[in-house]
Design a protein around this ligand. Structure first.
Ligand SMILES: [Fe+2]
Length: 472
């Protein structure tokens, strides 16, 4: 190939060049320089016609050098482009100004479009008479495609409803879209060129930092999840972040793109829903309180003990929220039991005990139509089920009973035993603790039993048991 190039150049040197100063092209150094680049060197005369074309024109436009001699640069362009560039170029040419990096589109011999970046200098003979231009054309088609792709990408990012940012490999922010400015309130001066960490929340609430860093920066190259980000005002907002590492064609890391979906409205809607649910539960619970104050107090105290157990089990805040609601209305079905049976001081007969047992099913029916984000109706239904299947209403066994119901079941037993009942005075709380110890892994889930026993072993747990049992 290289030999062909040299032949082509030599052809030009011997046959095609008839220009102003042949001696410069006889210089081996100059020839070596021309051959060291992919750029196309050319010369045009004072009429704008090629008098020299280096061999690179073949690789750039598909023409042999001799094929372009005598043509003007505009002959190689699409007509509309040629007309426009002639207007640009004529004033430059008329006053013989140099020009730099003039971008123009040309047609390759096979018909495809090639973008060139052209620079040229006027040259003169010994009498300082203008002879034409000498210059260089660089094929920037690939670069333009990348620029166009980047422009398209930025345009697409700008039109996105979600906030987006582009981060360089040094983790400095190099681009943010309109939605980003709108969501976080930074001006371009405040954010472009700044480290990504500017957006991070304080360390103590940045619980996703390690996970994010490991996934995006080190391993998978992508991560998504809920995070907090800092607005220009300093306020923190919760967003759903999707982050992806970007790579070039060779797989080299070029940076990161992240999008933020604002979760504020969803969080507010959830809070509103939670408030509504709390109010609903409170309303249901108050209804019961008017006719059965004992059960009202019992439910609230069971809820506090259940929460203590759940914390010992390291359950999430969300789990505990649901558990509290469920425990607060776990006996709601007792609204359907006549008060004379509820308050009966003697032993219940079989029929009466059957009515009492039905409270879990009528409670389930009351709650089941409400859309809670937690299994509240199941908590109500299952809180008298027991580990060995001896409970009611369905005789479910260990794995068939939800954890919340197992927790409420233990809290319920303990609270009821250690509290005053119409048919007996409050028992010593230690008896309630012994009941759980004795029936651990029989009636009660061993793990939940251990959490309860752990709870009452601590000073605060013991105080909690005392406060929420016999005083009820
Ligand atoms: Fe109950």
């Amino acid at each position: 190939m290289k030999k062909d190039k040299k032949n082509s150049y030599s052809d030009y040197k011997n046959r095609s060049y008839s220009g102003s100063d042949a001696s410069i092209f006889s210089n081996q150094r100059f020839e070596d320089l021309i051959n060291s680049t992919d750029d196309w060197f050319w010369e045009i005369d004072k009429h704008g016609r090629y008098t020299f074309a280096s061999h690179q024109v073949f690789h750039i436009l598909g023409y042999k050098p001799e094929e372009v001699l005598g043509l003007t640069p505009f002959d190689l362009m699409p007509r509309s482009q040629a007309q426009r560039l002639k207007k640009t170029f004529e004033p430059i040419f008329s006053v013989q100004q140099p020009f730099r990096l003039l971008q123009n589109y040309n047609l390759h011999k096979d018909g495809h479009m090639v973008c060139l970046e052209t620079s040229g200098n006027p040259f003169y003979d010994h009498d300082k008479k203008f002879m034409g231009y000498r210059g260089i054309d660089r094929d920037i088609t690939a670069r333009k495609k990348i620029e166009k792709a980047n422009e398209d990408l930025l345009l697409a990012l700008d039109q996105m409803a979600e906030a987006a940012l582009v981060v360089a490999t040094d983790l400095k922010i190099i681009y943010v879209n309109k939605a980003f400015y709108e969501l976080l309130g930074y001006t371009p001066e405040q954010i472009i060129g700044e480290p990504l960490s500017l957006l991070n929340p304080p360390e103590e609430i940045d619980d996703k930092k390690v996970e994010f860093t490991t996934s995006v920066l080190n391993e998978d190259g992508s991560w998504e999840g809920e995070v907090y980000r800092r607005k220009a005002t300093g306020e923190l907002i919760c967003v759903y972040l999707k982050a992806t590492a970007t790579r070039d064609e060779d797989g080299n890391l070029t940076g990161y793109i992240g999008t933020y979906f604002d979760l504020s409205d969803i969080i507010q809607a959830n809070k509103n829903l939670e408030n509504t649910l709390n109010q609903t539960v409170h309303a249901i619970s108050s209804t019961l309180a008017k006719r059965d104050p004992y059960t009202f107090g019992h439910q609230n105290h069971v809820a506090v003990i259940a929460m203590g157990i759940a914390k010992k089990l390291n359950k999430s805040e969300d789990f505990i929220k649901g558990l509290l609601l469920g425990a607060t209305i776990h006996d709601i079905g007792k609204v359907n039991i006549p008060t004379e049976i509820l308050n009966k001081s003697g032993v219940l007969n079989e029929y009466e005990f059957g009515l009492i047992k039905d409270h879990v099913i009528s409670g389930f029916d009351i709650v089941n139509d409400l859309s809670f984000p937690w299994p509240i109706a199941e908590m109500v239904l299952q809180h008298h089920e027991r580990y060995n299947g001896s409970g009611y209403p369905h005789g479910r066994m260990n794995g068939e009973i939800i954890l919340e119901a197992k927790i409420i079941g233990i809290a319920d037993t303990v609270q009821a035993m250690a509290s005053h009942r119409p048919y007996r005075p409050a028992l010593d709380p230690q008896l309630a603790i012994d009941e759980i110890k004795k029936n651990r892994e029989v009636l009660y889930d061993p793990e939940v039993s251990d959490a309860f026993l752990d709870l009452v072993d601590s000073d605060s747990g013991h105080q909690l048991l005392t406060a929420y049992t016999s005083s009820a």
